[in-house]
Design a protein around this ligand. Structure first.
Ligand code: TMP
Ligand code: MG
Length: 200
C-alpha cells in the first residue's frame, strides 16, 4: 500500500521535548496501517542504544545507525513506503536532496531533530528542512528554571552555562543539557544580537 503522494514531516524542538517519542508513535501507526517502515538514525547518537531509536522517556524502536544521506539511500529497501530519520540535525546538507527525492518517489519521510543548537542558533540542515517539509511541528519541553514552555536547550559544563564558542556537537543527555525558556537560556561570550544587526 504505497502512499499516493510523498511527503516530508519534520518534528523539531528542544531536547527533552518528546521528539523521538512522537517519531516512534508515528512510525508505529504507519506499521499498523500496513506501511513498510524503515528507520534510520545518525550514528553520532549512541546514548541509549546503538541500533534503536530511544526516547528520554524509555520508548524505543529498531533503527539502522548511519553517518550520511548516501548510506540511507544504499540501505533503502525497494518495498519501503515510510522512512523515519532521527537526529536529522547531525546530517550534512545532502540529507535535504535525499529526502526531497524520496518524497518525489511517493515515500513518506518522517524526521526528528533539534531545531536549535545550545547557542540558540539553527542546527545544520534544519532551516532547509523546515522550508521544504509539508508538515512541521515544534515541540516544547519545560524550562528547568521557571516551569514555562522551553524552546531552547541549555548546555552546562560543570553546572555552568557553556560558552558561545564551545564546539556545536557534544552528544549527551541530562548530565550536559537541560531545557530552558528564552528568558533563562544563557550563552556567555555571545555578541549581543544588536551588534549582529548593526553589522548586517
Ligand atoms: P535529543 O534531541 O534526541 O535529546 O538529542 C540531541 C543530541 O544532540 C544529544 O546527543 C545532544 C546533542 N547536542 C549537540 O551535539 N549539540 C547541541 O548544541 C545540542 C543542544 C545537543
Ligand atoms: Mg531524541
Amino acid at each position: 500500500m504505497k502512499h499516493r503522494s510523498g511527503r516530508l514531516e519534520l518534528i523539531c524542538g528542544s531536547m527533552f521535548s518528546g521528539k523521538t517519542e512522537e517519531l516512534i508513535r508515528r512510525l508505529r501507526r504507519a506499521s499498523i496501517a500496513q506501511q513498510q517502515v524503515q528507520v534510520f538514525k545518525h550514528s553520532l547518537d549512541q546514548r541509549y542504544d546503538e541500533i534503536k531509536l530511544a526516547s528520554h522517556s524509555g520508548a524505543d524502536l529498531a533503527a539502522l545507525p548511519v553517518t550520511s544521506a548516501a548510506e540511507i539511500l544504499a540501505n533503502l529497501r525497494p518495498e519501503t513506503t515510510v522512512v523515519g530519520i532521527d537526529e536529522v540535525q547531525f546530517f550534512d546538507y545532502e540529507i535535504v536532496a535525499l529526502v526531497q527525492e524520496l518524497a518525489d518517489r511517493s515515500l513518506r519521510v518522517v524526521m526528528a531533530g533539534l531545531d536549535l543548537d545550545f547557542r540558540g542558533e539553527p542546527f545544520g540542515p534544519i532551516p532547509y528542512l523546515l522550508s521544504v517539509a509539508e508538515y512541521v511541528d515544534k515541540y516544547h519541553a519545560i524550562c528547568m528554571v521557571c516551569g514555562e514552555d522551553a524552546c531552547r536547550t541549555q548546555r552546562l559544563v560543570n553546572g555552568q552555562p557553556a560558552y558561545y564558542d564551545d564546539p556545536v556537537i557534544l552528544v549527551g543527555a541530562r548530565e550536559s543539557y537541560e531545557p530552558r525558556c528564552r528568558e533563562h537560556h544563557l550563552v556567555p561570550h555571545r555578541e549581543p544580537q544588536a551588534a549582529l544587526a548593526d553589522r548586517a
